[in-house]
Design a protein around this ligand. Sequence first.
Ligand code: HEM
Length: 423
Amino acid sequence: MTTTEAATPTIGPADALLFELLATPEGRADPYPRYAQLREHWPVHRLALEIPGSSAGTWVLTRFDHCQAVLRHPRVGKDFNAMQRRWGLSGEELAAQQTFSSERPSMLFSDPPDHTRLRGLVSKAFTPRTVEALRPHIVRLADEVLDAIGEGEVNVMAALAFPLPVSVIGEMLGVPAADRPQFQRLVRASAAALEPFVSAEVLEAANGATLEMEDYFRHLVAERRRSPGDDLLTQLIAAEDHGDQLSTQELLSTAILLFAAGFETTTNLIGNGLLALLRHPDQLERLRRDPGLLPSAVEELLRYDSPVQVNGRIAGDEIEIDGHAFPAGATLLILQGAANRDPRRFPDPDRLDVGRADGASMSFGTGIHFCLGAALARVEGQVVFGRLLERYGRIELLDDSPSYRDSITLRGLAELPVRLQAA
Ligand code: HEM
């Protein structure tokens, strides 16, 4: 086992690349060439910069096999606060690291046994079988949204990519339609805390947004208690009533997580995916001619420009991966977008191929936190791209370089203006 980089790293070309990726509009617009350089030259890189709250060091991983090994490792976890306390962080360091996630544990930021319990309470609603039964309904919802759009110039992000996923998860959870739009702003503010480097102001805004969402769900829970529905929230309330299965705070955090994760990422699958197809007209036409390719096309669009680019873990003990040693308490940043373009895993990785059959990408993660909503997101993607191509004979990109929103963990477009012409 070797320690691959000096204990006191100096700022070098890999850090410069990471700075471009994380902090410049050019890096955001096209992270992939920078990912490739990192993956080929510095696949396991220790950051020169110390992130507040991670004094054991932060490493950035970009190769598929390394990322997979971290996410599946039994001694890495996600309960950042508990681990950091265990590894002797000062109160000050911990305070600097306080985020909504660590204060308000949900399955996304907990380790077994809490993770197993929280995930188990809702997992049945998201199995491929349950979700498949929803497909006809999702088709109807998609058609309603597309009917409202009609033809002509449209910003896909506002008119389709947000309204459809938020309706699907909103109905499953039991959030009334009129209340849904306000959540886009709130979820974005709170998800900003998932970025690798977060300022105090961003963190404060994230916490504020989370509190607002908690307030909303506290009221909705009270209402559902009075008149139960046929929805997930009602099921969660029943679990809370059963005593030790779910605390009130966990109920609120779970509702917020399901709602937020249910639309923010799928929105970006629709936006990033449609942009990729429009930039590869041969692949778009291939899919139009052969809708049987929709399942593999959605997998490929997820791989090609993943809605989630960055994931994170903390080492619970000293661990070793492929000869690289990481000390207990090390923060491990997993660049999923880079792993998805690893030529060792995906031949000719920069080519978009809607018929690709190379197996799952890293976009839904892997291991115990593998995306709970993967089957739902897949069906939504298949329905959206299928209905778009069936209904519109021509889809024209009106801005060759639409800009990405100011975040790297969740990668998505600010706007996607297109012109639609019926088939
Ligand atoms: C294209 C769309 C989506 C992408 C790319 C995506 C991606 C991910 C990723 C990468 C993770 C793993 C995080 C980790 O390893 O720490 C995750 C977890 C999760 N996702 Fe998704 N997701 C999508 C859609 C959805 C949908 C529609 C839902 C519906 C509720 C959902 C709910 C969740 C939940 C609850 C978790 C936490 C699972 C756990 O911690 O055990 N996701 N997602």
